[in-house]
Write a new protein. Structure first.
Length: 297
């Protein structure tokens, strides 16, 4: 089985490395070749374009930033979809909206290519440790073909349904992450504004039923002020926007999500876009806080 991997950012590079650690040789492509260098050697070769990569592989993974990037890699001038062999399997692990996944599944089917949407939950550390959760939308036979490969990169696979069901679940998960992080940051801002120390707030809130468990992993970033990205804030904003697009398409109202995603957009405008999404705390407790206007006696 020949495997291709397109998209070697924070997540894709670690996922591809875990496939190699399990003995799989890869053909890889990334717009910035330098990001592919650590994977090259006896178990990794670089392709000059997605099209040339597609000609060589039986299974192709894509892990790209947004729907436009996926569509360009698949259907652009040098896209891979017209070059994959019949019965090849394309696994898109990117965070995209469900209607887009269904569109790509239809494009693949027209070319006799099998399609799986398999976005993941987990950031840089779980990706490196092969502890990702895969949310899979696919025919069961296609999932079974790639199950051993997914288990090289993750430790849990949830078959959520047919095409688009994986990305549907991913929309729900990231909506909860994004709004949860923003709500926690706002609560911290209030607590600090009322004179409670940040340490007291962390010690008191973390581990209680009112706070999402993942927030404990963000304490060190917030306390140190080092927001090196595990999941960049701009991609969280993008995913929340895609969730709102999906809500519009399905007739669902999401007032809280739409308000939160605009707060992330404001944080991006203040220079937090490439930082970890927990930097929303920094935005809400510093740049966005204003002292009360004094009143006349």
């Amino acid at each position: 089985m020949k495997i291709g991997f397109i998209g070697l950012g924070i997540m894709g590079s670690r996922m591809a490395a875990n496939l190699q650690k399990n003995g799989y040789a890869l053909v890889v492509f990334n717009r910035t070749r330098a990001k592919a260098e650590p994977l090259l050697g006896p178990c990794g070769t670089f392709s000059d374009s997605p099209a040339k990569l597609g000609e060589q592989v039986d299974v192709l993974f894509t892990m790209l930033a947004h729907p436009d990037a996926v569509e360009q890699a698949a259907l652009g001038a040098d896209g891979f979809l017209d070059h994959l062999r019949p019965n090849a399997l394309w696994v898109d692990c990117s965070s995209v909206n469900p209607s887009f996944s269904k569109k790509m599944a239809a494009e693949a089917a027209r070319r006799e290519v099998h399609f799986v949407d398999a976005p993941v939950t987990g950031s840089a550390a779980p990706a490196a440790e092969a502890k990702l959760i895969f949310w899979v939308g696919a025919d069961i036979a296609d999932l079974e073909r790639i199950r051993p490969l997914l288990l090289c990169m993750g430790n849990k696979i949830v078959h959520t349904g047919g095409h688009g069901a994986g990305t549907s679940m991913k929309m729900v998960v990231n909506l909860l992450l994004g709004t949860g992080m923003a709500a926690f940051a706002e609560g911290m801002a209030l607590g600090e504004g009322l004179g409670i120390s940040r340490k007291m707030l962390f010690d008191s809130l973390l581990g209680t039923p009112t706070v999402a468990p993942f927030l404990a992993t963000k304490r060190e970033k917030i306390e140190s002020g080092n927001y090196e990205a595990e999941f960049p804030l701009r991609w969280m904003q993008k995913d929340m926007h895609l969730a709102s697009v999906s809500a519009y398409e399905s007739g669902v109202a999401m007032p809280l999500t739409n308000a939160a995603k605009e707060v992330y957009r404001l944080a991006m405008r203040e220079g937090h876009d490439t930082e970890d999404f927990s930097a929303i705390y920094e935005y809400l407790t510093t740049a966005y806080q204003k002292p009360p206007t004094p009143t006349n006696a």
